[in-house]
Design a protein. Structure first.
Ligand code: KG4
Ligand code: ZN
Length: 379
């Protein structure tokens, strides 16, 4: 049975809305992307060197209606018409999102109720002020159109994003690796919705380390893609690093990570030496390789201990071509399928939230009562 999901993502500095047509149920889900609208605020946060929560909240509030309209239009679901609703009730829901309420009261009455089965929204983890905008928006739309809503865990969204392309090689039990700006976690996945965290970072997340080291090298936020560009150039031009960086916890007997020492090593090296532009590219390369050595070693260790039938690696950092390639080599040597998101779906987006929302909705595993932001919600 065809299910159409409208999805909303506002956990950090990307505002995103998508429309997906989903089939196949939890056992063999398939997804067709019907509408996709994403606005990255990264440039606006760049001058602060990282995400500034109140700016993120304001931007989400201003961008959601234009993005909703774009996604619905693309999906052929925006039809002129009329919708009536209790304005006081919606004003109550959106009392803290003034700009959004105003835009909604202009847009929604002029279109017909779209043919959508469920509204999926990220409720955590993430920045709470940012999460609330998406949550209240979903509550308002679901009230106006009388459509059920599904609470989605952002990390589950990242993992489910791998089903966009390679779903045939997914086999349970699987090992999941989520690497983003806020998370670095290894989880055993018995099946969808059943997770056991076996390792995580004790300090900085991998993406966070990329962002901080980029800043030290005077590269703009977000730093991951910038470091990766420099590292690639260094590799192509055989530029070596003038320094050797540590591989923290690479031989530890657990599945935890630590990246703050690596970051600090870069900081001290830059403080104590003058490096040329070329040498800095070499450092970016050494940093990327150090991170990748640790990641591949840790995943190998977890594979040997838990014997998963497949491995999922997802999250913003998995947009990194070098890390993808090295992980592919590692898992090939273990003879286990590796599932990665398409590069475009590695960083935050609403498509993955719609995909995870469908798995929850089709299994009736959704929460309709507690729709509060859960900043630190774990898997
Ligand atoms: O998943 P995501 O978009 O947002 C969070 O949920 O945090 O991940 C963003 C993180 C940032 O730290 C960014 O620097 C990093 O992913 N990132 C990368 C690359 N592209 C994005 N890190 C390394 N290499 C990349 N190509
Ligand atoms: Zn993310």
């Amino acid at each position: 049975m065809k299910t159409t999901i409208l999805s909303i993502e506002t956990s950090c500095d990307e505002t995103a809305v998508a429309v997906l047509e989903c089939n196949g149920g939890i056992k063999s889900p398939t997804f067709q992307l019907k509408g996709n609208a994403l606005y990255s605020q990264a440039e606006k946060h760049a001058e602060f060197g990282g995400v500034y929560p109140s700016l993120a909240k304001r931007e989400h509030s201003q961008n959601l209606i234009p993005l909703l309209s774009k996604a619905l239009k693309e999906a052929g679901l925006e039809t002129k018409g009329s919708t009536t609703y209790n304005i006081d009730e919606i004003s109550g829901i959106l009392e803290r999102e003034e700009a959004l309420l105003k835009a909604l009261n202009t847009y929604i009455p002029s279109i017909s109720r779209p043919d959508i089965d469920a509204i999926a929204v990220t409720v955590g983890p993430g920045l709470e002020p940012a999460l609330w905008v998406g949550i209240n928006f979903a509550r308002a739309l679901s009230t106006i159109w009388d459509i059920p809503r599904v609470a989605v865990n952002h990390l589950e969204g990242h993992m489910v994003s791998v089903l966009a392309e390679e779903r045939n090689s997914l086999q349970f039990p699987a090992l999941g690796f989520v690497v983003s700006g806020g998370h670095t976690e290894l989880v055993c996945i018995e099946k969808w919705f059943e997770y056991e965290t076996i390792g995580r970072t004790r300090d900085d997340a991998v993406g966070e380390a990329f962002d901080k080291v980029a800043r030290m090298l005077d590269l703009p936020y977000p730093g991951g893609p910038e470091i990766s560009k420099w590292a690639q150039e260094a590799r192509e031009n055989s530029i070596d690093s003038p320094i050797e960086l540590p591989r923290p916890m690479i031989t530890s007997n657990d599945h935890d990570f630590s990246f703050s020492g690596l970051k600090t090593a870069v900081l001290y090296a830059l403080r104590d030496n003058e490096f040329s532009h070329e040498e800095k590219k070499g450092i970016a390369r050494e940093f990327e390789e150090a991170v990748t050595d640790v990641i591949t070693k840790k995943i190998s260790g977890a594979v040997e201990e838990y014997n998963p039938k497949s491995v999922i690696a997802a999250g913003g950092v998995m947009a990194n071509t070098y890390i993808r390639t090295r992980l592919e080599e590692t898992l090939a040597s273990h003879n286990i399928p590796l599932l990665l998101p398409p590069q475009k779906l590695a960083t935050d987006n609403a498509v993955m939230i719609g995909m995870a929302g469908y798995l929850r909705y089709t299994s009736k595993e959704y929460i309709t009562t507690d729709f509060s932001a859960r900043g630190t919600w774990s898997l």
